[in-house]
Write a protein that binds this ligand. Structure first.
Ligand SMILES: [Zn+2]
Length: 321
């Protein structure tokens, strides 16, 4: 994950140039950000034949997220969540006392057009959360609920830093699916019935409803998590399906609002997981000026574009064109 972030050029340059020091008050503690920038700086200045030891970063990260102390296997996507969250709070440009200024009464809000609602929610978010991490990774997801008995529609807008995509069932035992199949499953209309039935504001009770997710605002850096780990009641299983994904010009326009048009992304890093639910190993494929490289602990070796797709791909990093 650190390798993938280290190949996120805008973030890397921001860290190497210590730009956050100009953005936040000098009294603000930026311990984790300093340690993270230190690792990036070592990675990009040390000559390729020596490995970098991120010991200090590791210690500070674990102090900040005690749940990661010890040597048991942790989930890379979970690590990314915590890391981005902690880095963001250290370099947040808004002050903690900032209260949202522009609160609208609910009755007025409900009368707004959908795109106005989305814009307002986004503005509210930025009043409290505003950093380089937000600039790069934050997107907005629209969730529309429709009551099946009265037809009432309600929408909510949530900020996301990655999208967790389900892998179609039936492909668990090593089949082949495409990223499009995963995206279709993610954005398909979902029926919410009986125990899952949500409360309808108009009916005033829990009713059968449908739910649909749409990407309202696309982030500059799109992190796609291929959700290979599927929890059933008694166990967790891992899907070893090969998910094929485009390296160039991934178009997500179909998953956005009607006026989105083409929204194109290019792949620049992949976090791979091999092994089982309980024991495994992470590697990264990242794109440099000189092509793609595989980062496997202290070893770095070139890989060709045709080798990037495998059943180990776990988290994909795309940059908007
Ligand atoms: Zn209703």
């Amino acid at each position: 994950m650190v390798q993938c972030l280290s190949h996120t050029r805008t973030l890397r340059d921001y860290c190497l140039q210590k730009k956050y020091r100009q953005e936040v008050s000098s009294r603000r503690k930026t311990e984790l950000m300093n340690a993270f920038s230190e690792v990036l700086s070592d990675l990009w200045t040390t000559d390729m034949s020596t490995a970098v030891h991120p010991g200090n970063f590791n210690t500070i990260f674990k102090e900040s997220v005690p749940h990661f102390i010890g040597y048991s296997q942790q989930d890379a996507q979970e690590f990314l969540h915590f890391l981005l969250d902690r880095l963001h709070s250290e370099i947040n440009r808004t002050s903690p006392q900032n209260q949202p200024i522009s609160d609208l009464p609910e009755s007025k809000y409900n009368k707004l057009r959908e795109d106005k609602k989305a814009m307002l929610m986004w503005k509210h978010y930025l009043e409290r959360e505003d950093s380089k991490i937000v600039d790069l990774f934050a997107g907005q997801l629209k969730s529309s609920l429709r009551c099946s008995s009265c037809g009432h529609e309600s929408t909510t807008f949530d900020v996301f830093y990655d999208l967790s995509l389900p892998i179609p069932k039936g492909s668990v035992s090593g089949g082949r699916v495409s990223l499009k199949d995963c995206l279709a499953l993610f954005s398909q209309v979902e029926e919410l019935k009986s125990d899952n039935a949500p409360m309808c504001d108009r009916c005033g009770k829990h009713t059968d409803s449908t739910k649909k997710l749409t990407i309202q605002r696309f982030p500059k850096i799109l992190v796609l998590h291929l959700n290979r780990f599927c929890a059933s009641r008694f166990s967790i299983s891992k899907s070893t399906a090969t998910v094929s994904f485009p390296i160039h010009h991934l178009d997500l326009g179909d998953y956005g609002t009607e006026c989105a048009g083409k929204v194109l992304y290019n792949l620049y890093a992949i976090c791979n997981h091999c092994g089982t639910v309980h024991i495994g190993h992470y590697t990264a494929y990242c794109q440099q000026e000189r092509g793609w490289f595989c980062y496997n602990d202290s070893r770095v070796s070139p890989v060709s574009e045709s080798q990037l797709q495998s059943n180990k791909a776990y988290v994909l990093f795309y940059e908007m064109e």
